[in-house]
Design a protein around this ligand. Structure first.
Ligand SMILES: [Mg+2]
Length: 189
């Protein structure tokens, strides 16, 4: 790979560390196995109470992920340009910007794309990845990785968690820093 890499990043679980992501893998498994839900679809909170719970869960994305320092360095060195592509529903927009400002991360992104029309997250990401023509997209949700892989020219890098770490996949990493090192290693070759 030559030239500046155009990198797309999911927010929750990739740029931000979120302890609740551990809950999602068993939930996806349960839905598929016991509720017989085969089609990929994601929960959307319908009333104020569900939205409030959702906001509290997402506010637990409290800390920048390990690797956010390296991310900033690579942008400063002009080796990559980064685009945030978050599937978060629109009622969380303000929280997203507040979080980025709190950690001084808003300015590193060439563009910030969030799910204003509350589409299904995987479909939203597919659209934005194609529109921006990103070379690589980093995502933590296995179902979304599986869906996006091969649908565009973008290589999909997966941030796995301890629950699904044994799932075979060529480009899987425990956290952002390792994924970035792999990307820069490839560039150097
Ligand atoms: Mg995520």
């Amino acid at each position: 790979m030559t030239g500046k890499i155009r990198l797309g990043l999911d927010f929750d679980g990739v740029v931000a560390y979120n302890p609740f992501r551990l809950v999602r893998a068993p939930w996806a498994f349960f839905k598929n196995r016991f509720l017989g839900v085969k089609k990929l679809s994601f929960f959307y909170p319908k009333n104020q109470f569900e939205k409030m719970i959702w906001i509290i869960m997402h506010d637990s994305s409290i800390l920048p992920a390990r690797g956010s320092g390296l991310l900033r360095e690579l942008v400063d060195q002009d080796l990559i340009e980064v685009h945030l592509i978050s599937g978060r529903y629109s009622f969380l927009d303000n929280h997203l910007y507040a979080w980025l400002d709190r950690f001084g991360l808003r300015k590193i992104f060439r563009s910030i794309n969030f799910n204003e029309q509350d589409k299904q997250p995987h479909l939203f990401k597919e659209t934005v990845i194609k529109k921006l023509g990103v070379d690589i997209f980093i995502e933590d949700n296995w179902d979304i990785v599986d869906y996006l892989d091969g649908r565009s020219k973008a290589q999909i890098y997966w941030i796995y968690n301890i629950v699904d770490r044994f799932r075979p996949y060529d480009r899987k990493y425990p956290y952002l820093e390792k994924a970035l090192e792999a990307i820069m290693g490839k560039k150097a070759v």
